[in-house]
Design a binder for this molecule. Sequence first.
Ligand code: MN
Length: 196
Amino acid sequence: MAFELLPLPYEGDALKGAISSNTLFYHHDKHLAAYINNTNNLIKDTRFATMTLSEIVKESEGPLFNNAAQAWNHIFYFESFSPQRGQEPQGELMEEIKKSWGSFDKFKEEFVKLGVAQFGSGWVWLVKDSDGKLIIIKTPNAENPLKTPGQVPLLTFDVWEHAYYLDFQNRRGDALQALWDVVNWPKVEERFSQKL
Ligand code: MN
């Protein structure tokens, strides 16, 4: 099954201030498109050809893992944002965040701090761990929580330079901080309440 590049779930300028239309264009139409094309080329006529993208991520290594995981990570990332500004988590998710970090502000601070601490390229994630607790983790390059049994990814920020350099140059912390304004918390809550 060949994977397709789906359009973004919002207009190109919908996240401006956090992510410019220029960055979104290159990030989605060039970077994500390349990861999807590479994945399609690598799975052709192999046992991976009938799998879903997350199945491929879980079962592959090397170049196929790198491309499939980057495709999965970027789709998940782009779906984590919304043109509706300044949303906050509600209900049980907010309670769990407060239980783990004391306050929503403290959670955001720790999340950005870990994203800045990732040396080189990678991702910072809010994850529901196998015991149901919320944790923040960072991963290098294409790595993600899918290969860790029981971990459910809820939110991610991309810390590869291509994600922010056009808008924020070397200021990764400022780039990550700006994303809070456009996080699609209802989507994160949906992932949080999924019974897996
Ligand atoms: Mn990226």
